[in-house]
Design a protein around this ligand. Structure first.
Ligand code: PLP
Length: 485
């Protein structure tokens, strides 16, 4: 194993500010008082807030040290499957920070907000081109929010035809948010098993689909990182019974510029701008989950919508069949600017290349590790690949042990124990932004760990060693949570 990439553990310790503070210390000085003192409120009798007294440098060091405890795509590879933790070019952040955008206010009259409205309008058009669908609303603010919008659209569509369907087919390889969104909208999710190839079979859908079923929610590529090859035939079956096809497009970075989802029968689809289109995902910050639809669903899209009228961009609420508003104003505008900037700077050819590289990288990792880790579905994958701990179980080493050990080698662990259809899953999404050297380094680390599983399993069970926090007692953490820190 070569020298680590730079993260050999996070060892800076940091006490609480209250433990560091000393009475009378201060980070600033007020000018000398030149007016008589006054009591702020005659009713206040209790003690003041318990803030520690600290100097400026103490505060700066405290927060700077804490900031080094964060692991991010800016300081290392973060191969968390299903999350697309890819590096996002800083130019997109810069564009979103332009003062014209930053200081725009959503309540300005549209004639003073033409640039912002044009950006939204054009972004929606780009997203229709990328998905192969006809109309988009960028209002939903997360992937799951886009799904909920999609379910509401499905409901509104069936209602407009005078029918009330009660069920939605959700395969076992769908993202976990899918059945939740369907249930939140009042539908009963009907689970369907994937076949031995890890994808949906035409027969299983033919069996499950009936006229009580509003449609199907298909994550494509699915959570095994596999392309749903039978989707076109499945869509035909669902459509023939009057249902609609919902495509979860959060994994669009595997298929941009390659798959026309409209052509394979998808009627509604959400995208995650905060995965595929240049907003970092996973930081808990704002997101955007545009919902894209086929023509016959357009009247139901959320309002307001940006339309073009007499050469001006305006926000219109004049869509009587709309499902209404899903968020204040028009969603998270900052994320839209980054997506717009990303799409414009990449161009159609660049987006396609990004998808090709995401798929190439995942297949490279898969091929180079499949002789040491069990690969439950040994076939070409899309942007992520799924292994298990079956081989290492012979030495009583589990996925969790290996994930913990990976931190000693300087990598954020991949997603583990998900998808649920694979026992002991290790789900790796390298993304398109990692170069071959870094992928090789990651592969070497995992190969070294598989060797340790054979030669020194006791060591593995205690990992990590070089992290600030060592192996946690997960049972105690779950049974006796200490929420005070
Ligand atoms: C991330 C993801 C979601 C949910 O997106 P959020 O923005 O986290 O709500 C849905 N489906 C798939 C396939 C995903 O990867």
């Amino acid at each position: 194993m070569k020298q680590s990439l730079g993260n050999t553990g996070l060892v800076l310790q940091e006490r609480l500010l209250w433990e560091k503070g000393r009475k009378g210390r201060s980070g600033f000085s007020f000018p000398k008082q030149d007016v008589p003192s006054a009591v702020l409120s005659s009713e206040w009798t209790g003690p003041g807030p318990d803030f520690p007294d600290l100097s400026e440098v103490e505060v700066v060091r405290h927060y700077t040290r804490l900031s080094t405890w964060n692991f991010s795509v800016d300081n290392g590879m973060y191969p968390l499957g299903s999350c697309t933790m890819k590096y996002n070019p800083k130019i997109n952040e810069k564009e979103a920070g332009l003062s014209g955008f930053q200081n725009a206010h959503p309540l300005l009259p549209s004639r003073l907000n033409q640039g912002a409205l044009q950006l939204i309008y054009e972004l929606e058009q780009f997203l229709t081109a990328i998905t192969g669908l006809d109309a988009v609303s960028v209002q939903p603010t997360a992937g799951a929010h886009g799904e909920l919008a999609g379910m509401l659209l499905m409901y509104a569509y069936h209602k407009s035809l005078g029918s009330r369907r009660t069920k939605i087919i959700v395969p076992d390889t769908a993202h976990g948010t899918n059945p939740a969104s369907a249930a939140l909208c009042g539908y009963r999710p009907v689970p369907v098993k994937s076949n031995e190839q890890g994808i949906l079979s035409v027969e299983s859908i033919a069996q499950a689909m009936d006229e009580e079923t509003a449609g199907i929610m298909v994550t494509n590529p699915n959570t095994l990182g596999l392309f749903e090859e039978n989707l076109k035939q499945i869509s035909e079956i669902v459509h023939a019974k009057g249902g609609l096809v919902y495509g979860d497009g959060a994994n669009m970075n595997a298929i941009m510029g390659i798959v026309d989802t409209g052509k394979i029968g998808v009627d509604i689809m959400h995208l995650n701008l905060h995965k595929t289109f240049a907003t970092p995902h996973g930081g808990g910050g704002p997101g955007s989950g545009p919902v894209c639809v086929r023509k016959q669903l357009e009247p139901f899209l959320p309002v307001p919508r940006v339309i073009k009228k007499d050469g001006q961009y305006v926000l219109s609420e004049d869509f009587p069949q709309s499902i209404g508003k899903l968020h204040a104003f028009y969603g998270n505008f900052g994320v839209m600017i980054k997506a717009y900037s990303y799409i414009r700077s990449m161009g159609a050819a660049g987006l396609k290349k990004a998808s090709q590289l995401a798929v190439l990288n995942a297949n490279y990792v898969k091929e180079r590790l499949k002789d040491v880790f069990h690969l439950p579905y040994d076939r070409p994958c899309m942007h992520e690949c799924v292994f298990t701990d079956k081989v290492q179980q012979a030495n009583k080493i589990a996925t969790l042990d290996m994930a913990k050990r990976l931190m000693d080698y300087g990598f954020h662990p991949p997603t583990i124990y998900f998808p649920l259809v694979v026992s002991g899953a290790i789900m790796i999404e390298p993304t398109e932004t990692e170069c071959k050297e870094d992928l090789d380094h990651f592969i070497e680390a995992l190969r070294a760990i598989s060797k340790e599983a054979e030669e020194n399993p006791d060591l593995l069970r205690q990992a990590p060693f070089s992290c600030k926090v060592k192996r946690l007692d997960e049972t105690a953490a779950a049974r006796q949570p200490c929420l005070a820190g």
